[in-house]
Design a protein around this ligand. Structure first.
Ligand SMILES: [Fe+2]
Length: 430
């Protein structure tokens, strides 16, 4: 069902669908036609606008290549002590904004992170997790190994202690502040208060062989073009005004409707992130990103070019991660860059719209252990999701964004409400 188009500032209003359209191919054809017409109303063709995006991105791809050729780190690396003291060099803050990603060295002391790693093992073994493991419940991180690499565990003391640690709040505030939270006369989120977004643990053992994860995006799928909130968020791209598009402006983002699906994230995350619980070398099947925030403009406009079938969004579909491929996005994949080597207690962060992948590895050297903890600032969207998070926390269930595996319901040693600090209570909206 098409809902009536909202009046916009331009001459070409956009149809939008706040829930999944009944006839999806027809809706794709319709929205693409409307987007092309709207860009044409700017006086430039879609091809011209896309060429401008490509030119800007080529500059970034070349800079990333040159940085690597000089033997320098592409990923900005910040010391936690500087984040806490507010003494990060302005060039480094600018680098975080340019690359859209960062490593925080010593976010937690090494011993603290290693103790958390041991405590996760103790928690799952005491509760006979491996004996009772029923296999991957989704195919997102699916694996044929009998022991999981992704533990669908959310409420261990280790995870909760990290989530409510003041050092985590300090880093989340710093990262949230890279975004513009007030624009268009509205305040979209509170950068100094995070909502807890419980996610899983990965523990990949030495000797592991893994096919990795292909390059993809996590913030949405067809809804990125088809719901009103996202259309407004990307309004400058859809007006053909690439220079005005700011990947760091949260406008309309924290109230955009999303299409449900197994890969959907209900929260608005300024940055996705994880905290390392083991050493990881950059060549051992680690996270890569395309460290170019403007790549989102390429991804959003590419389906509007003439060589893409009328009912295609370059492979984007419901219920699947947004794929980034050689066929449609070769320029972007040239910039795929691994994280630097990390130590236990370092954390790794990337802008929520940033393309990322996990490299394949054969006979992995050392462990590959992380706790996924993002930055999800307080906003209407995140507050709404918190209600189900609180219920899952109290019951020991899997949060509603994840498969309902509910392993921890009766587990001994699960983190409880009495263990929450003020930050933890605040993060859960208690
Ligand atoms: Fe992802």
């Amino acid at each position: 069902m098409t809902t009536p188009a909202t009046p916009t500032r331009t001459t070409a209003p956009l149809p939008h669908w706040e829930t999944i359209p009944d006839d999806l191919p027809a809706a794709i054809v319709e929205v693409k036609r409307a987007l092309r017409a709207r860009i044409a109303a700017s006086g430039r063709s879609v091809a011209d606008v896309f060429a401008e995006v490509e030119d800007r991105i080529r500059v970034e791809v070349a800079d990333i290549g040159a940085t690597l050729a000089r033997g320098e780190q592409v990923w900005p690396v910040l010391d936690y002590a500087d984040v806490e003291a507010g003494t990060i060099a302005p060039e480094l803050v600018a680098a975080v904004q340019r690359r859209g990603c960062a490593v925080i060295r010593g976010h937690f002391p090494r011993e603290r992170a290693q103790a958390w790693d041991r405590s996760v093992v103790e928690y799952v073994e005491r509760n006979r997790f491996f004996e009772n493991y029923r296999g991957p419940a989704d195919d997102f991180f699916g694996s044929v190994m009998s022991n999981p690499e992704i533990y669908p565990i959310y409420w261990s003391p280790a995870q909760m202690q990290a989530r409510q640690n003041p050092r985590m709040a300090t880093v989340q505030s710093f990262l949230n502040a890279r975004w513009t939270h007030t624009s268009e006369g509205r305040r979209w989120f509170d950068p100094d208060r995070d909502t807890m977004y419980p996610d899983r643990i990965r523990r990949r053992p030495p000797g592991a062989t893994s096919g990795g994860l292909g390059a993809h995006l996590d913030p949405g799928c067809l809804d990125l073009w088809m719901t009103e909130g996202y259309q407004q968020h990307f309004r400058h791209l859809f007006d053909g005004n690439v220079a005005a598009y700011d990947p760091w402006d949260a406008a309309y983002r924290t109230e955009a409707a999303q299409y449900p699906g197994s890969t959907m994230c209900s929260a608005f995350r300024t940055f996705q992130g994880w905290t390392a619980l083991s050493e990881m070398r950059h060549d051992q099947g680690v996270l890569h990103t395309v460290p170019i925030p403007l790549a989102m403009a390429y991804l959003m406009l590419r389906p509007l070019l003439d060589d893409v079938p009328a009912d295609s969004m370059c492979g984007v579909a419901l219920n699947q991660a947004f794929p980034v491929t050689e066929r449609w996005h070769p320029l972007l994949l040239e910039a795929l860059t691994p994280i630097p080597d990390v130590q236990p207690g370092d954390s790794v962060w990337w802008h929520c719209d940033m393309i990322h992948s996990v490299a394949p590895v054969t006979d992995q050297q050392g462990w590959g252990n992380v706790m996924y903890i993002p930055a999800a600032p307080w906003c209407a969207k995140n507050e709404a999701y918190l209600e189900s998070v609180r219920a899952a926390f109290r019951a020991g269930d899997s949060p509603s964004d994840f498969p309902a595996e509910n392993y921890e319901r009766d587990w001994d040693g699960r983190f409880t409400e009495a263990d929450l600090t003020a930050i933890g209570r605040h993060g859960l909206g208690l």
